[in-house]
Each structure stands twice: as structure tokens, then as C-alpha cells.
Design a protein around this ligand. Structure first.
Ligand code: HSE
Length: 445
């Protein structure tokens, strides 16, 4: 029986989960693959630490360099997180001719192009299924399952922590901070939870999906991002009364293709790539993706609409995706077919991300206003001057005092016009707090 030797660097949530999963299902994988996955070394920061997943002392070492240098190790699992040491580990391992498996979306998002170039140079491979969607094999879907499709839409609920928080705020009326603590305790949140709640984690993942779908590397800086910190129980409640659920949604949306150029070469219109809290109609399947679950909706021109659902965070979900990569790495080593599926293949040419100012969407807007005649007229005048249409206005009953909530539902409007108009509205004396604007996605085009 062929053996593939693994060196795991890091034994926290990801590394520990991989070790546990191999202990549990290694024999099953062996019978399925005809290859035994053998963990040879586990590098940790602190050898004395008591770990949730115990590491046999014979495997432990303190230096990642030792693991990368060991000639017996075929595949490195990078499980340290972050982008600095992780980048050095991956580059050194590729340089040493070893295959690398990583769950590190921040690393792939920020340094993907550099790492893919190193893969090419060294004739090895880099696998990152666990970087997006936890246990959902979405990278495989885009690179293999849907390879024959042009992708026009991706809608992703791709951060388990945010989805867990928003779900419990909606279903239980729970408080943001309390629920975040639970998400940390359950191993969903990043070591630095602001990466989750401010949306960076979802941005990294959405960028990776957009890159795979559209064939140019989407840099994190080009993705428009809003996190969930400013979403209040009041917005969740009002949205629900209007028939919507608020989710942190990654959107990758193509615009209409521009006409072919004179030389007959197809030109590609910019792609919207954004991550924002979004109102989703309760009747849409994504609205019922709750708790730590992720879901990714992908529309291909041949297949039509498809949906992928599963646990998006947590030790076991991530470990499942890493095992899938280990299987691919082991099979590639066995067959000597290292580049059957390279980590990223640029295709289609001159893609670009659409400037957020030009992105058009519907909006929910919550204003805090003085309840007196003429207030609505003043707001409507500014919106009319900006050619922004109101689809409905609600002043919910039961709010009294200095100021009351006023909810506006806005027809399709460009981001830039919305910002300008609501900056003006925010300065009106009858408006008592900065307007809260949340996008609405109705999925109808
Ligand atoms: N913190 C991430 C999440 C973990 O909550 O989705 C998986 O990437």
C-alpha cells in the first residue's frame, strides 16, 4: 500500500480537526484511495500545552521549518492562519517541492497570485478547498463540476459566525455581543472576531469564488465591503415585518456583456463583487439558511441555478474539506499528475470589478425623524431631485417620543446617488440620526 506522509503545521481548530478526522476516517480513506495518509509530524508553538485533540508526543515538534525540511514529508498542511508566517510556510514548502493544503482564505485572497506562480515554478500543487464554505466542496464545484458553464451569478452566505449571530438575533431577539461569545466558544469565529463581523472573512471567500468564476484574480481591495456591526435588532424586526431576512451576502454578478469590439474580440463587462448585509425575501431559499450554515447559489449559463449548503465553520466541517484536498494531493502524487487541476487558471482575459458607485440595487432605509407634517415631503423632494424612486413608506405604529422610525423601500438606484441623496437627507433638521441603508436583493434578474 502506498503511503503519503503528512506534516501538519499548527494544531488549533484546523490542525487539531484534521488530525482527529484522519484518526477517525483514515482507514476509510485508505480503502477508497488505495493510499494510506500517515501523519508524520505536527508542528506546534507550545509543546507542553494541553490540547483539545491530543497529539501523540512522537509527532510533536516546535519548528515549522523542521517539518518543511523533512524529506520524508510529502504534503504540508498549513494550519497556522494569518498571512505572514503562513505565507512563508507555503512558499518554503512549495520551494521544497512539497504539495500544500491550506484552509487559509486570507492567505489565498491576499497572496494567491504569488503562491500560484510559485506552484508553476516548482511543479507542485496547492489545494484550498477548505478556504471557502467550510465543509461545502464549492471550489471543486466551480473548477470541475461547472467547468463547462459561464457563471453569471454567485450569491453566498459564506461567514458562519455572522450567519449564526444574525439568525439568533432574528429568532431569539438575542443580543449581538452575547451571541458572538457563543460563536467564539463553538470554534466558528476567527481568532480575531472582527475579521468575521466586519466582513473581511466573507470578502476573502467571495473574492476567491469570483476569481474562479471569472478568470482574473479579484484583489480584496477591489471588493466593496460592509460588515454586520451596525445591524440592530430593530432593523431585523422591521425587515421581517416587510417579509425579508437580513443576511451578510457575498454577491458576484455579471452585467450585460458589451458589444464585440471592431476586431471581433469579445469584451467583458465589469463584474459586481461585493459583501454587504442584504435584505433577502423570506420566500427565497437563502433566507432560511440559518445558524452556522453557509449556502452558495451559483447560476451557470448551461446548468441554470444550483445551490450548495452545509456547515460553513467549525472544526469538523473544515477538516472534511481538508481531507478532500489531502485525497486529491495523494492521488496526484500517486499518478504523477501534479497539475491535473492547477490551483488557479486565468481565463477569459480582461476582467475587472465594477466600481461600487455604479452598482445599482434596491434599498431599505431606516430614518429616525421628527413626527410632524412636512417631514416626508422634505425627504421625498430630495429623493425626487436625485431621481430616486420610493416603492413604499412605512411609519411603524407604537413608536413615540422625540423621534420615530420611518422606513423607506427604494427602487433600483446607483450606490453613488443613494449616498449623495441620503447625506443631504441626514442633514435635514427633522432627521435625528444618520440614515441606515441596507441593500435589498430580490434575485429576479
Ligand atoms: N470564521 C469563519 C466563519 C470560519 O465564521 O465562517 C470559517 O472560515
Amino acid at each position: 500500500m502506498q503511503e503519503v506522509n503528512l506534516g501538519i503545521i499548527g494544531s488549533g481548530t484546523v490542525g487539531g480537526g484534521v488530525l482527529k478526522a484522519i484518526q477517525k476516517n483514515g482507514a476509510l480513506m485508505c480503502s477508497r484511495l488505495g493510499i494510506r495518509l500517515k501523519v508524520l509530524k505536527v508542528a506546534v508553538k507550545n509543546m507542553k500545552k494541553v490540547r483539545a485533540v491530543p497529539v501523540p508526543s512522537a509527532l510533536l515538534c516546535q519548528s515549522w521549518e523542521e517539518v518543511v525540511r523533512d524529506p520524508r514529508v510529502h504534503v504540508i498542511v498549513e494550519a497556522v492562519g494569518g498571512t505572514t508566517t503562513a505565507r512563508s510556510i507555503v512558499l518554503s514548502a512549495l520551494n521544497a517541492g512539497k504539495a500544500v493544503v491550506t484552509a487559509n482564505k486570507a492567505l489565498i485572497s491576499a497572496h494567491g497570485e504569488e503562491l500560484f506562480a510559485a506552484v508553476q515554478r516548482h511543479g507542485v500543487n496547492l489545494y484550498y478547498e477548505a478556504s471557502v464554505g467550510g465543509g461545502i466542496p464549492i471550489i471543486k464545484v466551480l473548477r470541475e463540476g461547472l467547468v463547462g458553464n459561464r457563471i453569471s451569478r454567485i450569491y453566498g452566505i459564506v461567514n458562519g459566525t455572522c450567519n449564526y449571530i444574525l439568525t439568533r438575533m432574528k429568532l431569539e431577539g438575542s443580543n449581538f455581543d452575547e451571541v458572538l461569545k457563543d460563536a467564539q466558544r463553538l470554534g466558528y469565529a476567527e481568532a480575531e472576531p472582527s475579521l468575521d463581523i466586519d466582513g473581511d472573512d466573507a470578502m476573502h471567500k467571495t473574492g476567491i469564488l469570483a476569481s474562479l468564476a471569472h478568470g482574473f484574480w479579484v484583489k480584496p481591495k477591489s471588493i466593496y465591503l460592509e460588515g454586520i456591526r451596525s445591524i440592530t435588532g430593530l432593523d431585523i424586526q422591521f425587515a421581517n415585518q416587510l417579509g425579508y431576512t437580513i443576511k451578510l451576502l457575498g454577491i458576484v454578478k455579471t452585467q450585460e456583456a458589451s458589444p464585440a469590439s471592431a476586431r471581433g474580440r469579445k469584451r467583458f463587462s465589469p463584474v459586481q463583487v461585493s459583501v454587504t448585509p442584504t435584505l433577502i425575501p423570506n420566500s427565497h431559499v437563502l433566507a432560511s439558511v440559518n445558524h452556522v450554515f453557509n449556502a452558495i447559489f451559483v447560476r451557470g449559463d448551461i446548468v441554470g441555478d444550483t445551490l450548495y449548503y452545509g456547515r460553513g465553520a467549525g472544526q469538523d466541517a473544515t477538516a472534511s474539506a481538508v481531507l478532500s484536498d489531502l485525497a486529491d494531493a495523494a492521488l496526484d502524487l500517486k499518478t504523477g499528475n501534479i497539475n491535473r487541476i492547477p490551483p488557479f487558471v486565468p481565463h477569459e482575459g480582461d476582467g475587472a470589478v465594477l466600481d461600487i458607485d455604479d452598482v445599482v440595487s434596491r434599498y431599505y432605509v431606516r430614518l429616525s425623524v421628527v413626527d410632524k407634517p412636512g417631514t416626508l415631503a422634505r425627504i421625498a423632494t430630495i429623493l425626487g431631485q436625485s431621481k430616486i424612486g420610493i416603492s413604499s413608506v412605512i411609519q411603524p405604529e407604537g413608536h413615540e417620543g422625540e423621534s420615530v422610525p420611518l422606513i423607506l423601500m427604494i427602487h433600483d438606484a446607483p450606490h453613488s446617488e443613494m449616498n449623495k441623496a441620503f447625506a443631504r437627507i441626514g442633514r435635514l433638521s427633522v432627521v435625528k440620526a444618520p440614515p441606515k441603508m441596507i441593500r435589498v436583493e430580490t434575485f429576479d434578474s
